[in-house]
Design a protein around this ligand. Sequence first.
Ligand code: SF4
Length: 239
Amino acid sequence: MSIVAERAFEETAVSEKAKSLDDVLRNASPSEVIESALRIVGREHLALVSSFGTESAALLKVMADVDPAIPVIFLDTGWLFEETLAYRDTLIARLGLRDVRSIKPQEDALKREDPDRELWFSDPDACCRIRKVEPLKRALAPFDAWINGRKRFQGGSRTEIPVVEGDGIRLKFNPFANISRAGIEAIYAQAQLPPHPLVTSGFLSVGCMPCSSRAQPGEDARDGRWRGRSKNECGIHTA
Ligand code: SF4
């Protein structure tokens, strides 16, 4: 069998496994989803990807209650707010996270494709590719499955995400697919989680500095991202 055929075979098997897991887990609680992921692939093969953004502490808290040693991948794009880096450190200490891996873009890619640091303006898809998509691909290489914090209530392409899906040769678990905004707020309140430092100054969703803006009255949280462009996803879930 050729490498391409082998890969296609593997992806089909993962996709079928994801569908049957989704049937079982579609009404499970977030912690049950994470427990199942851990049981199915084992800690060495499972990672959670977090932006340490405005809603991230909720998923990290649920994960930490299940197992604080699950590896957490954080994409440090080189364009993050200082407040986000500080928040990462606050949550590591507060939740007892034992394996947070801060992943940076490759230096040679930055020098070659974004020497003047203006790619976010001229070609944001390329900027996200070298600062997020490719680093995540490298970071996930040792893992068979990953967990992320997307929610259906965020709208757009997230409206119909399943709880478990195939992502190429990996399983992707979305423990918060079903949760409501009130559910997220309840986790923050119950655990007395600190808010992201930029929430008090009007940011409802925080990513890279050039591509995050304050939400205006009546806007959804993610409307402040890539303002004025048709882009609404960085590509790690869609590439
Ligand atoms: S969000 Fe903006 S700055 Fe960050 S990687 Fe994407 S385009 Fe570049």
